[in-house]
Ligand binder design. Structure first.
Ligand code: 3PG
Length: 304
């Protein structure tokens, strides 16, 4: 059995070593492909793999077709919109994620981005503080609930909108639950996005919604690029010169015109910590070994 770790954005060496150890202890072969330059390279490396561990790497139909022996692919992370689930189902390949394993890293970055924007991107003119401001958590999952907790520690008033979250959980966490996204955006000086990318959420953060935010508001996106309607957001930011947008996923459009009210990290780095790499990588390796040796399908995200 060959287990391929295919990560365009490499894991920390400690995580790679940890995965290798688990794989070899289970009597399987370990292979590594990092910083590849084209999908062909990924297809080639995957051609004789029985299992794959990926991050945001695109596991397209071409990759699935090329990977003739593939039985399982694990997205070491939360969002699995990079996996072609249909192509996996057609070949009865199990797809999994590792929910919660990298959440703390992403949550810390979301808070860091809020402070960075509040302080004029670390420009020493008078900025503002998070204390006393309203934080709106859009989706109260593994990451959203941590951002809420850290926001509270900074003295923020924390609101959340998540139709799937249990009201008693939010109540216990001291979070004010609102019933609509509109209500959340009306309240929030800061919005922290944690919705997945699905056909329903694509482009859903649009002009009408963002325009409800109070003067001087900031949106922080550590979720996915395509949930934002960038055309409408940029248009609105040119009109409303008080709005700010910080993103961990490079924008498609050029936001230069809005100056320091926009910020994008050089490369998606929310989950890029040694701890998150270790947690997600080790979990992925264990899930693969458990699946291949005992048929355990906990964390499977596709059904066939
Ligand atoms: C996730 O969905 O887990 C995060 O977006 C992290 O993605 P990454 O592994 O590509 O950094």
């Amino acid at each position: 059995m060959k287990i391929l770790v295919a990560t365009d954005k490499p894991f920390a060496p400690e995580a790679v070593n940890g995965i290798k150890e688990i794989v070899e202890k289970a009597g399987m072969k370990f292979a590594l492909l990092e910083k590849y330059t084209c999908q062909d390279e990924l297809c080639k490396a995957a051609s004789d793999a029985d299992a794959m561990i990926v991050r945001s790497d695109k596991v397209t139909k071409d990759v699935v077709d090329a990977a003739k022996n593939l039985k399982i692919v694990v997205r070491a992370g939360a969002g699995y919109d990079n996996l072609d689930l249909q192509a996996c189902c057609d070949r009865k390949i199990v797809a999994m994620n590792t929910p919660g394993q990298n959440s703390n890293a992403v949550a810390e970055l979301a808070i860091a981005m809020m402070i960075f924007m509040a302080r004029g991107q670390f420009n020493p003119v008078a900025g503002t503080e998070l204390k006393g401001k309203n934080l709106g958590i859009h989706a109260y999952g593994n990451v959203g609930s941590l951002v809420a907790k850290y926001g509270k520690a900074f003295g923020m008033n924390v609101y959340a909108f998540d139709p799937y979250a249990k009201p008693e959980v939010l109540k216990n966490d001291g979070i004010i639950q609102v019933n609509t996204a509109e209500e959340l955006y009306e309240k929030a000086d800061y919005i922290s996005l944690h919705i997945p990318s699905t056909p329903e959420t694509k482009n859903s953060i649009n002009r009408a919604l963002v325009n409800r935010m109070p003067k001087g508001a900031t949106i922080v996106n550590t979720a996915r690029k395509d949930v934002i309607n960038e055309v409408e957001l940029l248009e609105l930011m040119k009109e409303r010169t008080d709005l700010k947008y910080a993103t961990d996923i490079a924008a498609d459009l050029d936001f230069t015109e809005v100056g320091t009210r926009f910020f994008a990290t050089p490369k998606k780095m929310g989950a890029q910590t040694k701890e998150a790499n270790l947690n997600a990588g080790i979990a992925a390796a264990n899930q693969i070994v458990e699946f291949l040796t005992q048929g355990v399908t906990k964390f499977q995200v596709n059904k066939f």
